[in-house]
Design a protein around this ligand. Sequence first.
Ligand code: ADP
Ligand code: MG
Length: 234
Amino acid sequence: MVTERKKLIETNNLRKSFFTPAGELNVLKGIDIEINQGEMVAIVGASGVGKSTFLHILGTLDKPTGGKVFFEGIDLFSLPDLELSSFRNRHIGFVFQFHYLLPEFTALENILMPAMIYSSSSRDAFYERAIELMKYLGIYDRKDHRPGELSGGEQQRVAVARALILEPGVVLADEPTGNLDTKTGEELFELLLELNRKKGITFVIVTHNMDLAQRCSRVLRMVDGRLFEESVTR
Ligand code: ADP
Ligand code: MG
C-alpha cells in the first residue's frame, strides 16, 4: 500500500540570533526540514542548543532572524501580525512543560478557551468536542475542577485537550512530560502516541527522554544550530 504523504510544514534556511548585551548569539544556523501530515516527530538535543527556540518559531510565537516557515504552503511570517495570531490560535496547538492553565477557570473552561478566542459564539459549538476530549483523555470527572485541584498529570491532560479543541493541523509540545514523574510522564506520552496513531494528529515534540523519542515515527537531533535525522531503532 502506498500512503500519500501531504507536506504540512517546511522550513527554509531558518535562522535565529539573539542580540544581547553580552554579544550576538547565533542559535539556529539554517534549518531545512519538511514535516508531513500524520508524522510524530521528536526533537532531541543538549540543553541550551535551541530546541525551544525552534519550536517557538514553528509555532509563530517568535520570529526568525532569517529564512521562512511554510504551513500548508503559506509563508507564515509574510502574514500581518493580526492574521498571524488568528492563524496560530486556529491551526497550532501547544503543550508546554508547565501547563499554563488559567487558575480561575475550570478544566472545561480552560479547554474551551481557544474556541472562545476564535469566536465568542463558538463556545457552544465546541462544548460537545470538549466533553468528548475529556472523556477520551480520562479527565471527564474533573470537568468542573480548577487547575489547582488537579494532579500534574491531570493538568497536562487538560492542556492537551485545550491544544486539541480547535482540531489544529499540528500540536507542538515542548518537554510535555518534563515536569511529571516518570510513570505519569510515560502515561501522558502514551496518550500523545495514541492520538497520533488513532486520530492522525501531527506532533512535533521536544524531549530529552531518548526512550520516549525512539517511540516516535521520526527523531531529529539538534546539534550546533542544525537538525539532523537520527535513525529510529525499534
Ligand atoms: P533548549 O530548548 O534547547 O534548551 P533554548 O532554545 O531555550 O534551548 O535556548 C537556546 C539558546 O538561546 C540558549 O543559549 C539560550 O540562553 C538562548 N536564548 C533563548 N531565548 C533567548 C532570548 N530571548 N534572549 C537571549 N538569548 C536567548
Ligand atoms: Mg527548551
